[in-house]
Ligand binder design. Structure first.
Ligand code: AMP
Length: 212
């Protein structure tokens, strides 16, 4: 890829619906309607900038290895990925939510190891280790909120926005692990080799964040 060509990996799904309007404000506009296309990579209004649209959990990997120069991804997935191989220069302040522990309403104290179900296993491991609490981790990929009522786990670690999902499943939030929002990450080598175009794009995005 030429030093003047920039690939930005975006997270598909709900974050994309919030991020695309911000990119439009920054004058980085996909050449076609992403939601109506099966393509995964798109030209934009800037001839030297392309957008990739992939799963959030793959964004840090693409940026870490330099297949994408920049990425937009939730802080939850960055914490879970846990790499130092990219910079995190900008908080887009979008898709804000919290990573929390949650337990059944009025749950009794658990004797012995707490069974924790989550898809954020690295985050949960680190968090409970820091609390000095021994846990048994149960990896799930979705519908975590079901795990306590089905007897699979005593607690979960999950994303909480309004808290409605927890309430609907007889759970309540307990401890805050981290505040989450969408972040821009940049591959370290790209930052050196493509410094001028990356600074330009970051400046445009920063101005859009400040004006929104
Ligand atoms: P809520 O019921 O509003 O607390 O939303 C919680 C559910 O929505 C969680 O199970 C998450 O999977 C999902 N969710 C809410 N906000 C976000 C976000 N910013 N990023 C990823 N998932 C989210």
């Amino acid at each position: 890829m030429k030093p003047t060509q920039l690939v930005i990996a975006l997270t598909k799904g709900r974050i994309l619906d919030e991020v695309l309007p911000l990119f439009e404000q920054a004058n980085i506009i996909p050449a076609e309607d992403i939601s109506k296309s099966r393509k995964l990579i798109f030209d934009t209004s800037l001839p030297n900038v392309k957008l990739m649209v992939i799963r959030g959990s793959d964004v840090p990997t693409y940026v870490e290895f330099g297949s994408a120069d920049m990425g937009v991804v939730g802080k939850d997935l960055l914490l879970e990925h846990g790499s130092e191989e990219f910079y995190e220069p900008l908080d887009l302040k979008l898709a804000e939510c919290r990573l929390m522990t949650a337990e059944p309403v009025n749950a009794k104290e658990v004797s012995g190891r707490l069974k924790v179900a989550t898809k954020f296993t690295n985050i949960a491991k680190k968090y409970f280790a820091e609390q000095g609490q021994q846990i048994e981790l149960i990896k799930l990929n979705g519908a975590l909120e079901l795990a306590p009522s089905m007897g699979l786990a005593d607690a979960i670690v999950d994303i909480v926005d309004t808290g409605k999902t927890l309430t609907a499943n007889g759970l309540e939030p307990r401890e805050l692990i981290a505040h989450v929002s969408s972040r821009v990450i940049v591959n370290k080598a790209s930052m050196k080799i493509k410094n001028s175009i990356i600074r330009d794009v970051l400046g445009k995005l920063r101005a859009a964040v400040e004006n929104s």
